[in-house]
Design a protein around this ligand. Structure first.
Ligand code: AMP
Ligand code: ZN
Length: 468
């Protein structure tokens, strides 16, 4: 498998540090607004990459952080007359609702910045001991002149940055490019005790602390949108490598922007549609197919025309799956099993996806498959049900498992979905029992479900279930 590494600016053979384990960190949202469909592009493409690695039998630990302390959150809380905590909690919940609707697989952990202040203080203290960080009256800065490799990810030269950069003028800093690790508290702002007095962390230190805490000091993949290469990821490297003395990230993956009229969609420009707006018009599968039809690294223009064509693509998939489900229900062993090489389709899909996750070609393999299958079905009046099971299997693996552009829920038999709804109902009842401290009955529900082959798992985002 080859991955384009922003760091080397070329495709590299993917050799994880500790196979079959893969550690992957994705810079998540700053929770002061509903996320927009541009953010969704990065979240969905990261989801597809993670799902593909799992499909290739890697054991992926996927971490996506939530930045829940930040200037924008504080600004919003003043505007809305709510506390910063209320603002970040509200939009964190909205974030979880939206990614679920976009059928994004839950991360292994979603760490929140405010839950990792101790870890951040520890990294900053270490940098201060090494005389890489300096404290001026409660504001702590990173002295970039102490990190000789500064600029190695973005390819920026320090001299150019210093002369041309629009950096914030701050009399206190030794160098205009030095960045804040710890910000002294201002009245009314959220703050924490620290060796430098009350304050809050800078944005970059959050990701260093959360990724190293959950994935170790060296990780396989770090991902985020192109806008994060500089300064965010450059600064993360400077902090982590100076503190831990190890290469921070092996493969840097960056997502191209979703543009609107050739301009980056962004919260600050105001030229955005929220993911929930777009979900009101198009299904998650359509949105995912729209994104998968363009390589993750390049730019993409938001367009109703492309979304409508993705919708037609999804209809083609649903039509085929409807036929498949009908035939499986009929369960007829009469008729022939057409000679079709499903394994070759799998191999073709793997070949293109192994080449830096080439989803547009992966999608093409799936649509060629659909085209061939429709032809076979039209040409043969009687086909053995085994053939339809093969179709369901491959669509389940590629179109559902990896790209998730097919609504398997919709294709579930009504008995299966009734089962699931009843289990969800029991999970909700058990939650209520736990809230009322009736742990005995809550445990009994869990144990009885185990007897039926259903295991419940408590996760940070609620309880999930698995049917054995
Ligand atoms: P933010 O909440 O702005 O920090 O962004 C969350 C994630 O979305 C980051 O990984 C960003 O790089 C990414 N992102 C922001 N805007 C866009 C865009 N227009 N297209 C693609 N990704 C984006
Ligand atoms: Zn980050």
């Amino acid at each position: 498998m080859q991955i384009y590494n922003t760091f080397s600016r070329q495709k590299e053979i993917f050799t994880p540090l500790n196979p079959p384990k893969v550690s992957m960190y994705m810079c998540g949202p700053t929770v002061y607004n509903y996320f927009h469909i541009g953010n969704a592009r990065s979240f969905i493409m990261a989801d597809i990459i993670r799902r593909y690695l799992e499909f290739r039998n890697y054991d992926v630990k996927f971490i996506m952080n939530l930045t829940d302390v930040d200037d924008n959150i504080i600004k919003k809380s003043a505007e809305e007359n709510r506390t910063a905590k209320e603002v970040s909690e509200f939009y964190s919940n909205a974030f979880f609702e939206d990614i679920k609707k976009l059928k994004i697989k839950s991360a292994t952990v979603y760490p929140k910045a405010t839950m990792h202040i101790e870890e951040m203080i520890s990294v900053i203290s270490d940098l201060e001991k090494k005389e890489i960080a300096y404290n001026i009256g409660g504001n702590v800065f990173y002295d970039i002149s102490k990190f000789s490799d500064y600029g190695k990810l973005s390819g920026k030269k320090m001299e150019d940055l210093e002369s041309g950069a629009r950096v914030e003028i701050n009399e206190e800093k030794r160098n205009p490019l030095d960045f804040a690790l710890w910000k002294k508290a201002k009245p009314g702002e959220p703050s924490w005790d620290s060796p430098w007095g009350k304050g809050r962390p800078g944005w970059h230190i959050e990701c260093t602390a959360m990724s190293t805490k959950h994935l170790g000091n060296s990780i396989d993949i770090h991902a985020g949108g192109n806008d994060l290469i500089f300064p965010h990821h450059e600064n993360e490297i400077a902090q982590s490598e100076a503190c831990f003395g190890q290469k921070f990230v092996k493969y840097w993956i960056h997502f191209g922007f979703l543009n609107i009229q050739n301009e980056k969609m962004s919260k600050s420009l105001g030229n955005f549609f929220t993911a929930r707006d777009v979900l009101g018009k198009y299904s998650a599968e359509t949105i995912r197919l729209f994104f998968a039809q363009t390589h993750y690294g390049g730019p993409l223009n938001f367009s109703d025309e492309l979304l409508n064509s993705a919708q037609k693509g999804c209809e083609k998939i649903s039509n085929l799956m409807e036929t498949v489900e009908n035939e499986i229900r009929k369960n007829s062993e009469d008729g022939l099993i057409p000679d079709f090489d499903f394994q070759k389709v799998r191999d073709d899909f793997i070949a293109v996806m192994d080449d830096d996750f080439n989803t547009p070609q992966g999608v093409a393999v799936i649509f060629d498959l659909i085209h061939s299958l429709n032809k076979i079905i039209a040409e043969n009046s009687k086909i053995n049900v085994k053939f339809f099971h093969e179709i369901k299997k491959i669509m389940h693996e590629l179109a559902f498992g990896v790209l998730n552009i097919i609504d398997m829920e919709e294709n579930k038999s009504s008995a299966e979905s009734m089962d699931d709804q009843l289990i969800e109902l029991l999970i909700n009842v058990r939650d209520l029992l736990k809230k009322e401290k009736n742990f005995k009955l809550a445990d009994q529900i869990r144990d009885d479900l185990v007897k039926l082959g259903i295991t419940l798992k408590d996760t940070k985002n609620g309880v999930t279930f698995k049917k054995n």
